[in-house]
Ligand binder design. Sequence first.
Ligand code: NDP
Length: 402
Amino acid sequence: MVGARNETPRRVSLLGATGSVGQSTLDLIARQPDAFDVIALTAHRDVAGLAAAARQFSPEVVAIADAACYGELSAALAGSGVRVLAGPEGVVEAAATPADWVMAAIVGAAGLAPTLAAVRQGATVALANKECLVCAGTIMTDAVAAHGATLLPVDSEHNAIFQVFDQSQPDAVERLILTASGGPFRTASLAEMAAKTPAQAVAHPNWSMGAKISVDSATMMNKGLEIIEAHHLFNMPEARIDVVVHPESVIHSMVAYVDGSVLAQMGTPDMRTPIAHTLAWPARMAAPSPRLDLVAVGQLRFEAPDPLRFPCLELARAALRDGQAATVALNAANEVAVAAFLAERIGFCDIAEVGAAVLAEVKGWNCASVDHILEIDGWARGRAEAVAAAQPARRTVTSAAD
Ligand code: NDP
């Protein structure tokens, strides 16, 4: 049991400590300070957030990915005794610092190298960064096996499946059923969606999350990436992974067995529950998430996702069927497109168009190594920028027609 007085504190590191998942993890750690020793904390550019966390949790080392922030971070931690690293290689070094448990919560493909470093030190890796599995699923699961690491899914859907998946008889599992809230535009028409602003897209009805994943929820690319993630985590073919829209976000996902049983994990939409599950695993620890009151919820609804309004779902399925080059390219194109949308350079519906255009170009490409992944990722980002730059004219026409 985590927190038991006579137990050695668990040595924990957080990659992406300043983000939404990182902060929720620190919130849980702060509630049981004797149970954990914080070893490494990392961020991208948020010097103030990283320095505040370092002052509170006294890690051995911190790393800031943007090397230009090194001086400011060093000054902020002067006299603290915390070792300061900088640059992407500094983040990898922090991830490789020996720890029992590492939270992988960097957003995007930037999380791949640090997460692999955590896996290679044989740690228990709590994986929030789904883009790692999307880009390098087989490389990641092979590395987990080769280095004796353990991968625990943090994403609420995959954590739910993990909790009800009978590992002793995987052949008895017929299907995985991922639930999706449907996001803020679940009932919007295509014309309405085309005119949506970044502020509207990040206003998720149920979950409080970082900007990128919130936009991914609005396009349902998030669910598409989760299909790819589930495929790698649970060794399940794409055709046996279903998606059902469930607006209340009470059932976080389900496993259907060959005898007709369907097991679900439920709870309120608070990431501290799945994070706590991985932080204490295989034990359980208390989390302050609001308790589920099914009577107050009243009813649970389910709908099929609309492929016309949410084309990103099928894009992700097509990429998974096509292979790793396609999933890498789609992920990179989506990151570029979401950033362009958040910067108001393209419209909401253009996000899927950018992904589709880049995906069409990589059909059948080979991608078997980390070098290949980085090459295809870089190429896809360039192509996506070019496609995005060509979008505004079309967007104006769409807006005028609304
Ligand atoms: P946030 O945007 O809130 O946080 C991202 C974190 O990554 C920050 O610490 C950020 O640092 C750091 N970061 C960003 N870019 C880089 C980079 N290039 N190099 C190193 N570090 C970087 O994201 P979330 O916490 O919402 O999501 C993190 C991951 O977890 C994503 O992959 C997401 O899909 C997944 N996830 C999130 C959920 C949620 O509820 N938020 C639920 C399930 C999965 P800085 O603050 O300095 O920018």
